[in-house]
Design a protein around this ligand. Structure first.
Ligand code: HEM
Length: 314
């Protein structure tokens, strides 16, 4: 039996942080992670999809074939990597997918939109903790043309839908002006099928909340101003997004998966190396990044807390 893990991919590999093309080959070929939090997080996704369908799922209808490709890819991943929990089999024209963690069995026919209760990408996203974003590749650009996004780090699928890769990254300080975004896009356009890539992205969250969508900023944003010396260890979380990228060979689209992890600072400080890294990175983070990552109101409280923890443990 595969033991579901409580993994946390710590994102900082140096004491100074700056943006770079930090993609590296995904050696394991496991692009979907099923963790202990599976039932809770998939349940949360499904309830967000029900309450806010317009902000959690968008599609250009011409991406349907590519969406079917993603669905096949995701269900094969689940059944191959976690055979104790997910099973996929074919009977004649029918595919049968069993999800034993949720006690569900679904029958569908490949490429038959009427055989599913929702769009194929939406269906795929309802089986995994990852958010799933699909980009169509044109001669000179990648465009976000379908996505299921329930746990955004302060951005909006509704707003970014239909945008090219470069426009999506306009708010990120330095990424466009330094020419880095253009380089990354050229790199992405050459990604080959069967050779997935991965990267980690990070920020801090005041509060334990996966759904930090731009639309609900008024609900979670104010917590930034409630961080104090006394509550910082439990209120502030390191938020890590494990992002994978793979080419869908039939449609030539790119699938971008985002698995979001949260860990409160008091757990981070159980690990001396992590505490030290985070402390140093926060001390030297450029003012533009402090502002962009939404840390201006409480960075100093976090730095002081980490410094104290380091003093206690050395
Ligand atoms: C190909 C699919 C990708 C999509 C759809 C995507 C989308 C996004 C979005 C929506 C944001 C938030 C922008 C905002 O503030 O409104 C963002 C941030 C960012 N993206 Fe991407 N991205 C992709 C791939 C990449 C790759 C491959 C890299 C680098 C190798 C990258 C680097 C960044 C960086 C550095 C940020 C700022 C994050 C932070 O510091 O919080 N992105 N991306």
């Amino acid at each position: 039996m595969t033991v579901l893990s409580s993994r946390f991919p710590f994102p900082l590999s140096a004491d100074i942080f700056q943006y770079s093309n930090n993609l590296r080959p995904l050696d394991t070929n496991v692009s979907i992670q099923v963790t202990h939090e599976y039932t809770e997080e998939v349940g949360l996704k499904r309830s967000l999809l029900k309450q806010h369908p317009e902000r959690c799922f968008r599609e250009e209808i011409h991406t349907r074939d590519a969406q079917w490709e993603v669905l096949n890819y995701v269900l094969h991943q689940l059944s191959q990597v976690y055979p104790e929990h997910f099973r996929l089999r074919q009977e004649g024209d029918n595919w049968i997918f069993e999800n034993t963690l949720l006690g569900e069995e679904v029958h569908f026919r490949d490429l038959d939109n009427d055989s599913l209760s929702c769009a194929p990408l939406d269906f795929a996203g309802r089986q995994v903790q990852e958010d799933l974003i699909l980009l169509t590749q044109y001669d000179d650009k990648l465009v976000l043309e379908a996505g299921q996004l329930c746990f955004p780090g302060n951005w909006s699928l509704y707003f970014d839908f239909g945008m090219p890769f470069m426009d999506i990254h306009t708010p990120v300080p330095g990424l466009i002006d330094d020419g880095l975004a253009a380089k990354i896009e050229r790199f992405l356009m050459r990604v080959e099928s069967g050779k997935p890539w991965t990267r980690l992205n990070w920020s801090l969250n005041a509060g334990r909340r996966l759904d930090t969508s731009a639309e609900t900023f008024d609900e979670w944003g104010p917590y930034r101003y409630r961080v104090t010396e006394d509550n910082v260890g439990h209120l502030v979380h390191l938020r890590v997004e494990e992002q994978n990228l793979m080419r869908m060979p039939r449609s030539n689209s790119l699938l971008f998966t985002i698995h979001t992890y949260l860990m409160p600072l008091h757990e981070i400080t159980q690990n001396q190396t992590w505490t030290n890294r985070l402390y140093r990175v926060l001390c030297t983070l450029s003012p533009k990044l402090v502002e962009y990552k939404g840390l201006s109101a409480y960075r100093d409280v976090v730095v002081e807390y980490l410094a104290k923890e380091l003093r206690v443990n050395t």
